[in-house]
Write a new protein. Structure first.
Length: 740
């Protein structure tokens, strides 16, 4: 049996502690002093020094143990490792005077995780580690029991595009969860938008009780007027409201409350919710306002985990890894939380004691069975994308551990790929090395995670009718009618594709993700017109028309270095132009590197040279991490790598195809180090009409943060050395003066 301690209130507003050994009256003044001490030395000061933690843990232990020695006796007799702190009566009490109410609510505020018996923290005991669990809600309704299948995890990361909110390395957290469960695979469904409205739509798309766990990662706050700048104009919130910082549909900050989350789930809560954000487990206003985790239990959630204070990113990732590894292998929820606690301790996370567990009274033990259980349902979800976009391992892409950034393009493209979208797919354009193929692979994986009946076919480079039809026939060769439809000689290509899409979707229930990668190989650039070959134009037009006229569920993804919309056949494709990665995303790429390597990045100007291009950055990093290279040789190799990259993106070839006045315009624009508007460009050059041509050629980056804003433009520094001789010194000086 677990160690059950029940806190009760009498009609005279006095407190009682009850357990299997009896009951005793509690001194309200002593309780208030403990709560006040915790507030001053643990929450307000955020002291993690061992002496402070030990002292507070000893006081909590002695108080709970009492002169009767109940805690000591229970620990000696325990055959389970959980202390259940029943706070239901004190958290639900009504009509209390302010002093008593503060103590009643503050019982959940006390850091029971620090209980220390003089020899060590109970959470760190070698024989039986003890996990405090806060029970705060009585419920009699039934909850589904252990499921004979893999764990189903709904993962959502919130990372608004706002400098006031620190960027979040959520890609690494997601990748680490998958790595931790690779031997016990779980079904990971990712809500990509970071928006509570979109979360609600996703939850509605799945049957009730489908998800076992909801994992929300981001930043949590206790709202006060100091955070009013985060609210929309005219909006208000009461002080001390627990909030999670989420996103609206375009990536702006949105403060989400407990009620907002409850509306998103509409009572269809997963059995476990993990609020992986600061302050989500903290009882606010000196212990008088329930934490977000506690309030979610009151709103209907069964078990909710949260953090009592700000927590290091690394700690959150370590805890999540251990938690889901345990849950996926059939551990009980308590065992999994203890595994997370132990892993944090083993990894020397100084904030190991901040994880909080709240729950109602419904029994939740195991979520799923272990992998080898008889008749266990097989995992039908597509595995995480490998390091290649295609099945022949020709197009290498960033793995989950390497993939960062591109959140907004990913969000926009996924919206276009949705079943309810009016668009038939996406056309991703941008300079070489910006990650177009990686983004395409990520999109395929996301679609296949959410709709596991989708197939994937990838064609690379030059497009011809025989190659397309052969690929499609081979993919669906197990269906005898499909190759026959594709090779019907008396039907046009568009007609054959229409019959093909109708057959695979309506008859065989296997819609298609068709990827045309490196599509620039179908676009000669000798005359600068960016017109594709006649055959490629006809094929792309037939695919787009077939998908549109069928109202097909299948989708098309095209990656291409160039994009000039008026050269495309009629289509309903979402057009996405990639720019260089932001500095925060580049920091994510560099963060795992050794400290010495990160220092070299600064001294050798590598970040500046790479200029947000992940492929070039990776090449440069490979150079500086080679051992035994002298300074001169290192610089020579860096220059050679930079030149190789320019050749790889055909930059010189494209520049040579420009008229002299076009080259001069591009050189003038290169003076600006940051993206600028078309109005600013017009002030330094009358030839702004050239701009769209350069964007089409990926010589100029064009990107918008929000749909309502105009585009900004810049020339990547990768082209700087190629433009040095285009203007004479006086022209460079005049341009710099005008731009200043």
């Amino acid at each position: 049996m677990p160690l059950n301690f029940t806190f009760a209130l009498s009609q005279q507003q006095t407190f009682e502690l009850r357990c299997d050994y009896g009951s005793r009256r509690l001194d309200k003044t002593e309780l208030a002093a403990l709560i006040d001490l915790s507030e001053q030395n643990y929450y307000a000061q955020q002291r993690d020094y061992l002496p402070y933690l030990t002292q507070l843990g000893r006081q909590l232990y002695q108080w709970l143990d009492g002169k009767e020695g109940w805690l000591r006796k229970a620990l000696d007799e325990a055959d389970e490792q959980t202390i259940n702190l029943d706070l239901i009566k004190t958290s639900e009490a009504q009509g209390l005077n302010p002093e008593t109410e503060g103590v009643a609510l503050g019982l959940a505020h006390l850091p029971w995780e620090l209980l220390h018996d003089g020899a060590g923290f109970l959470l760190q005991r070698q024989n039986i580690s003890v996990l405090p669990v806060r029970s705060v809600q009585q419920r009699q309704t039934q909850i589904i029991g252990v499921q004979n299948r893999p764990l189903r995890l709904l993962f959502m990361a919130t990372s608004p595009e706002d400098p006031r909110v620190p960027p979040l390395g959520f890609e690494q957290e997601e990748a680490n969860i998958l790595q931790a469960t690779k031997d016990q695979p779980l079904a990971l469904i990712v809500e990509e938008s970071g928006s509570i409205a979109e979360l609600a739509n996703l939850v509605k798309s799945y049957p009730e009780d489908y998800f076992d766990v909801f994992h929300l990662t981001g930043h949590g706050i206790i709202y006060t007027k100091n955070y009013s700048f985060l609210l929309p104009k005219g909006a208000t919130l009461p002080d001390n409201t627990p909030c999670f910082i989420t996103e609206d549909e375009v990536g702006n900050i949105q403060l989400t409350t407990v009620n907002d989350l409850a509306r998103a789930f509409r009572g269809r809560w997963p059995r476990v919710t993990f609020l992986s954000g600061c302050h989500t487990g903290q009882v606010a206003n000196k212990g008088t306002v329930p934490s977000m985790a506690q309030a979610l239990v009151k709103a209907g959630a069964g078990i909710v985990l949260g953090w009592a204070r700000p927590v290091y990113d690394r700690t959150g990732i370590v805890a999540a890894q251990a938690l889901y590894q345990a849950l996926a292998t059939g551990a009980t929820v308590e065992e999994a939380v203890k595994a997370a606690q132990q892993k944090m301790i083993d990894e020397e996370c100084t904030d190991w004691h901040l994880l909080r567990m709240y729950r109602d009274t419904r029994p939740i033990n195991q979520l799923v069975t272990p992998l080898r259980t008889k008749n266990r349902e097989r995992l039908t979800f597509t595995a995480p994308e490998q390091e290649f976009l295609d099945e022949n391992n020709l197009v290498k892409v960033a793995s989950r551990f390497e993939f960062v950034g591109r959140r907004r393009p990913l969000q926009r493209c996924l919206k276009a790929l949705q079943e309810t979208s009016d668009q038939i797919g996406v056309f991703i354009a941008g300079m070489g090395g910006l990650g177009k193929s990686t983004l395409a692979a990520r999109l395929c994986t996301r679609v296949q995670m959410q709709r596991d009946n989708f197939a994937r076919v990838v064609l690379i480079g030059p497009l011809d009718e025989i190659g397309l039809l052969t690929k499609l026939s081979n993919k669906f060769e197990r269906f005898a009618d499909v190759p026959a439809l594709l090779n019907e000689p008396k039907v046009s290509l568009k007609g054959r594709l229409q019959n093909f899409f109708a057959a695979i979707e309506k008859k065989h229930n296997q819609p298609l993700l068709l990827v045309l990668d490196d599509f620039e190989q179908n676009i000669p650039v000798k005359d600068g017109s960016l017109r594709m070959t006649a055959e490629a134009y006809e094929i792309l037009g037939a695919i787009c028309a077939a998908l549109e006229e069928n109202g097909a569920e299948s989708r098309l993804i095209v990656t291409c270095r160039y994009l000039k919309e008026d050269t495309l056949p009629p289509h309903r494709l979402h057009l996405e132009s990639l720019a260089g990665m932001s500095s925060s995303d580049i920091d994510k790429i560099c963060f795992p590197l050794d400290k010495e390597v990160r220092q070299q990045l600064k001294t050798q100007r590598i970040i500046h040279i790479a200029d947000g291009n992940p492929r070039l950055l990776k090449w440069l990093l490979e150079v500086i991490q080679q051992p035994g290279i002298g300074a001169d040789e290192l610089l020579n190799r860096l220059e050679a790598t930079e030149q190789k990259f320019r050749e790889n993106i055909l930059a010189q070839t494209l520049l040579d195809a420009l008229e002299p006045e076009e080259q001069k315009f591009l050189a003038r624009l290169s003076v600006f180090q940051l993206p600028v508007t078309v109005e600013i460009i017009n002030a330094i050059s009358p030839s702004v009409a050239f701009l769209q041509k350069f964007v089409s050629l990926s010589l100029v980056e064009s990107a918008t943060t929000h749909p309502t804003q105009s585009a900004n433009y810049r020339v990547t520094t990768i082209l700087e050395s190629l433009l040095e001789t285009v203007l004479i010194q006086e022209e460079w000086q005049a341009t710099a003066t005008a731009s200043g």
